[in-house]
Design a protein around this ligand. Structure first.
Ligand code: CMC
Length: 431
């Protein structure tokens, strides 16, 4: 095999620049353009960063063509079959699978941090009852910097560690309480005897008036949803966390920014939008109308839960999620549900239709997660908060990696300016 070139040559305006090449451990080579402006007085233009690596990272690798997702090298399907959410959290945060002792210690640390400062309860009560739980999450997570000052000094590795544990531990409590508040039920405090996923289900569905027993199949499905959403390299919300954190903002504020970004329907908000779309379609006979709308260039409608920026073959998370969906639906006996029939038929048509095949639009993780969460009894408004609590470990791992990176700089993209050139101010009476 020919040696890889050490540089790439860029020619423009009769000049040429040699740009160093960087080789990743896996994946395509990267042209290092950091000196481009200083040496060439020229920028690159890449809206949506489709061809731009914004950082070096050792956490997650995605091969979009092969439909492969690796966390610290381990394939997501192996993790989904053999591991569990808190073990994956450890792996993402510290880089290796834990020993039994390390895992026990980590689980204890997370479990001991699940309660919220009692005064935060009043903060929840300040919201309108009909507030979207994501709105509450953005507010409450941002407010954590006001409640936990002792872990906001980003220069102190110990404080960064405490902030990470706090965030992973408290996010389920925040999401569950946002839900409880919206339905007018009392907040349920965390229970240390339950595992992470079961504890979340208990905080969402228990009431003081009667006992609630968490079904192990449901808590396993919840754990899997969390695992499958744990990290996804430099997606929009993670890049937002990195960008916010690059200015030195504290981790709680940076992650509140990530939650805001995740809320959008093109990103984490797609799980809510997808189920709402399935309900709007309503019956199988109306699917062709919606498929026609998705194909119509003049119609902004998109099939929610389909397509992905990076996966152009299939979404490996969707494959595992589909298996989980089948298990949960069988357990709950909701296989005959009309929304589900629409989902299954839509999936079948889209996978066979030339338009979707050519554009490589496959059902993504959000297509199936919404179906499971709906069957579990969650309202659609809780789908994105559950994504947020699952992605928190990814955000905090990436944030920690960025802070410890000696090459880290404040994120500051440039632009291709197309506005007016310099012009002189005109007095109002002369305009
Ligand atoms: N329905 C219909 N057409 C679509 C869809 C869709 N869901 N997604 C992409 N296309 C078309 C799009 O119109 C474009 O066509 P053309 O080349 O003729 O202009 C082509 O496919 C490429 O689309 P794009 O917008 O350039 O692709 P992108 O990589 O910028 O967008 C995406 C990726 C996920 C935002 C997009 O596929 C989408 O909006 N999907 C629906 C929302 C969704 O399910 N999001 C969840 C993503 S997975 C979880 C997560 O990241 O949070």
């Amino acid at each position: 095999m020919a040696d890889k070139p050490a540089t790439a040559t860029l020619s423009f305006g009769g000049r040429s620049l040699e740009l160093p090449m960087q080789s990743p451990s896996v994946g395509p080579d990267v042209i290092d353009i950091r000196k481009l402006y200083a040496e060439g007085d020229i920028f690159t233009y890449d809206p949506g960063y489709t061809s731009t690596a914004s950082c070096m990272s050792t956490i997650t690798y995605i091969d979009g063509d092969r439909g492969e997702l690796l966390h610290r090298g381990y394939p997501i399907d192996q993790l989904a079959q053999k591991s569990h959410f808190l073990e994956v959290c450890y792996l993402l945060l510290y880089g290796e699978l834990p020993t039994a002792g390390q895992l026990e210690d980590f689980e204890t640390r997370v479990t001991r941090h699940t309660m919220l400062h009692e005064q935060m309860l009043y903060f929840f009560r300040g919201f309108r009852r009909d507030a979207h739980p994501m709105a509450i999450m953005v507010g409450v997570v941002g407010a954590m910097s006001a409640f936990y000052h002792d872990s906001t000094d980003i220069a102190d590795p110990w404080q960064r560690e405490v902030a990470a544990i706090r965030m992973i531990a408290k996010m389920p409590t925040i999401a569950a309480w946002a839900y409880k508040y919206s339905i007018g039920q009392p907040f349920v405090y965390p229970k240390n005897s339950l595992d992470y996923a079961a504890n979340f289900l208990n905080m969402c569905f228990a009431v003081p008036a009667e006992d609630y027993v968490v079904d192990p199949i449901l808590s396993k499905a919840m754990d899997r949803i969390m695992m499958l959403h744990a990290d996804h390299e430099q997606n929009a919300s993670t890049s937002t966390v990195r960008l916010a954190g690059s200015s030195g903002a504290n981790p709680f504020a940076s992650i509140a920014a990530g939650i805001a970004c995740l809320w959008g329907p093109a990103h984490g908000g797609a799980n809510q939008a997808c189920l709402e779309m399935l309900r709007e379609i309503g019956t199988v006979d109306r699917i062709p109308e919606y498929i026609a709308r998705a194909k119509d260039k003049d119609d902004p409608f998109r099939l929610m839960g389909f397509g992905h920026r990076v996966y152009k073959n299939f979404d490996p998370r969707a494959k595992v999620m589909k298996e989980s969906a089948d298990e949960v639906l069988a357990l709950l006996g909701v296989e005959d549900n009309e929304t589900l029939k629409v989902a299954k038929e839509l999936e079948r048509i889209a996978l066979e239709d030339d338009f979707f095949v050519e554009k490589k639009l496959y059902p993504n993780v959000d297509f199936y997660s919404g179906i499971i969460l709906n069957a579990m009894g969650f309202p659609t408004s809780m789908f994105t908060p559950i994504f947020a609590l699952s992605r928190t470990v990814g955000w905090i791992s990436q944030w920690k990696e960025m802070i410890a990176d000696p090459q880290q700089k404040i994120g500051r993209p440039r632009q291709l300016y197309t506005g007016a050139g310099r012009r002189d101010y005109i007095e109002v009476e002369d305009r």
